[in-house]
Write a protein that binds this ligand. Structure first.
Ligand SMILES: C[S@@+](CC[C@H](N)C(=O)[O-])C[C@H]1O[C@@H](n2cnc3c(N)ncnc32)[C@H](O)[C@@H]1O
Length: 216
């Protein structure tokens, strides 16, 4: 859903900061649908990065997410007023998503999903690491980070995924979006945990604990 003047707000923001805004128009319905597809009211707290005028935020509310469960992180001051007005019960924070760990946003890690409209391809690797690593510090086990891109492959480079212990899967492509876009889902890789196996009680052979690798 777009208010008629969203295109103008977006275009003006893009004119003043093209790399930060990363798109000349808000995302369309097909992309908003795709990036929020796996999210519902039961996902719990949701962190949205770079909401702009709220194209994905509206879709999250339509899926039953409560405004109280939303934290919106936006760096563009021009978008801040729009977001505060449109989502009065959400937590709207004017901050750089690269500072997610500097600020303590949650007690513990309750977040079920991160939805990101950030233009990662315009950012340094260092910044991408601090944004994604910072976001995952709030994500609960089993939670996911959804990112869209206009590029042909995952916008998070493989070394960054390796460093953060994440894997990326393609959710799908939104060919009807202008320009066509794709959504990737980042999740934690299963950990290889070092477990120990004690000798059986009736085993008379005096062997020490034997290390064994198991997936958790
Ligand atoms: C491509 S637009 C996407 C906006 C909206 N999610 C959509 O799809 O229509 C990128 C947004 O990320 C914001 N942004 C860029 N860098 C940011 C940063 N470091 N921290 C927070 N927001 C940022 C921009 O201001 C802009 O609103």
């Amino acid at each position: 859903m777009h208010m008629p003047n969203d295109f103008l707000s977006f275009f003006l923001s893009w004119m003043s900061a093209p790399r930060r805004v990363g798109a000349i128009a808000p995302s369309g319905a097909a992309l908003a649908d795709l990036i929020t597809r796996e999210i519902s009211a039961s996902t719990g707290p949701i962190l949205e990065l770079g909401p702009g005028t709220g194209a994905f935020t509206y879709k999250l509310l339509k899926r039953g997410v409560r405004q109280q469960d939303l934290t919106l992180i936006e760096y563009g001051s021009d978008f801040m007023k729009i977001l505060q007005m449109r989502f009065p019960n959400a937590r709207v924070l004017w901050m750089d998503a690269g500072r997610l760990t500097t600020e303590r946003l949650y007690d513990g890690a309750p977040v079920g999903a991160v939805v990101s409209g950030l233009p990662l391809l315009n950012m340094s690797t260092r910044k991408v690491v601090s944004i994604i690593g910072g976001a995952f510090s709030y994500v609960r086990p089993g939670g996911a980070f959804y990112q869209f891109t206009y590029g042909m492959s995952c916008p998070v480079p493989r070394p960054v995924l390796d460093r953060l212990g994440l894997r990326a899967t393609l959710v799908d492509r939104a060919m009807l979006n202008v320009p066509p876009a794709a959504v990737y889902k980042l999740t934690r890789r299963p950990q290889m945990k070092l477990a120990t196996r004690s000798p059986a009680p009736d085993d008379s052979t005096p062997v020490g604990p034997e290390p064994m690798l198991s997936r958790v």
